[in-house]
Ligand binder design. Structure first.
Ligand code: KG4
Ligand code: ZN
Length: 343
């Protein structure tokens, strides 16, 4: 068992990306993601459409992952899948598919918590192995669905120190972008325009939330009122100031995140910071973390872009780690839309 080569097929379908990956031990051999374009026109993910699209995508995506890896399904050691958290209709597609495939192949089934996977993505073996964080470290997961600061004591020993009480940070980006008339998902667009703008041009209030928790809904409202007022005075305000507005929004969001990280470091004495989730792609947070390495002596860990946004490789690495520990699931397992990290 110790030197066994472990082949994991991983499936992720928690939100609007249908993804499959093959891992041989801790290395990713293939990583396929079908992003559902259908939601763009609605300005956000429509759950009913997401589950239908997963249903259409799942077979070709899994085939592609196996073909790219040049692996026959008979070689697989186990199937790992996202059990939650996420949208029920979306999770059901991946869960049912994984259960059937594991049953058909008579191999173990491994359930994975999506938020744990965003954190454990740091243990995917890449060319640069020195980049793995050592326990204990702090993880900040920042995505369209979640905002958490987590104390990671071991692979499967994690404690949530703080989280958003309302909107996730990705939602703050996306909803602000929508107010500015940008298409969904607006996070990457705000990032793009922010690079050309002045972050100190406009001031938005930062929420006052105790401890390590976050709140982003007030920021969204203040951006809405600010924009409505300015457009009343000058209908071209957004067009004329887009770069500066985006830079100012991004600056505010990043300083909210960095304030809490600073607090978490002070509280725990831990200076190893790993981030994960789609918002980790943001150039502002990346720069702020790099700066903190120099000014505060932090060690920071940012996964490769394809392991930041929703993907199945991160589900696969959890599958691998659980396989080694013999953590398997039985066929009675069901999807769990509200799946806490510490469960
Ligand atoms: O992890 P993810 O792919 O899916 C969820 O689990 O939510 O994260 C998607 C979120 C979206 O809100 C998107 O706008 C945001 O990540 N995002 C960004 C950037 N790239 C993706 N936000 C800010 N700057 C970016 N460069
Ligand atoms: Zn995610």
């Amino acid at each position: 068992m110790e030197n066994e080569t472990i082949y994991i097929l991983a499936i992720e379908s928690s939100c609007d990306d249908t993804a499959a990956a093959v891992l041989i031990n801790q290395k990713v051999i293939s990583n396929v993601v079908a992003t559902q374009k259908i939601h763009e026109q609605y300005g956000g993910v429509v759950p009913e459409l997401a589950s239908r699209a997963h249903q259409q995508n799942i077979v070709p995506v899994v085939h592609q992952a196996l073909a790219k890896a040049n692996i026959d399904k008979k070689q697989l050691s186990a199937i790992a899948f996202t059990r939650g958290p996420g949208l029920m209709g979306s999770l059901l597609v991946g869960t049912s598919f994984a259960k059937s495939l594991a049953l058909g192949l008579s191999i173990p089934l491994i359930e994975v918590n999506h938020m744990q996977a965003h954190i454990l993505a740091h243990f995917i073996e890449d060319d640069d192995i020195s980049k793995m964080p050592e326990f204990p470290f702090l993880a900040m997961t920042i995505s369209g669905g979640h905002t958490q600061i987590v104390l990671v004591k071991d692979y499967f020993d994690m404690e949530i120190l703080g989280e958003s009480l309302d909107d996730a940070v990705g939602e703050a980006f996306d909803k602000s972008a929508k107010i500015l008339g940008l298409r969904y998902p607006g996070g990457p667009l705000i990032d793009k325009y922010a690079n050309e703008g002045n972050p100190l041009k406009f001031k938005f209030p930062k929420p006052k939330v105790d401890g390590l928790n976050f709140s982003f809904s007030g920021l969204k409202t203040s951006i809405l009122y600010f924009t409505q007022k300015a457009v009343k005075e000058n209908p071209d305000f957004v067009n004329e100031n887009l770069n500066d507005i985006c830079a100012s929004i991004q600056y505010t969001i990043i300083s909210i995140l960095m304030d809490k990280l600073n607090k978490a470091v002070k509280q725990t004495g831990i200076k190893k910071i790993a981030i994960g989730g789609g918002v980790s792609a943001n150039s502002g947070i990346r720069k702020a973390l790099k700066d903190a390495e120099k000014t505060k002596g932090w060690s920071t860990f940012i996964p490769k872009f394809e392991y930041c946004t929703d993907n199945a490789a991160m589900i696969g690495i959890v599958g691998h780690l659980k396989y080694k520990q013999g953590h398997f699931s039985d066929q009675n397992i069901t999807a769990q839309p509200r799946y806490r990290l510490s469960e």
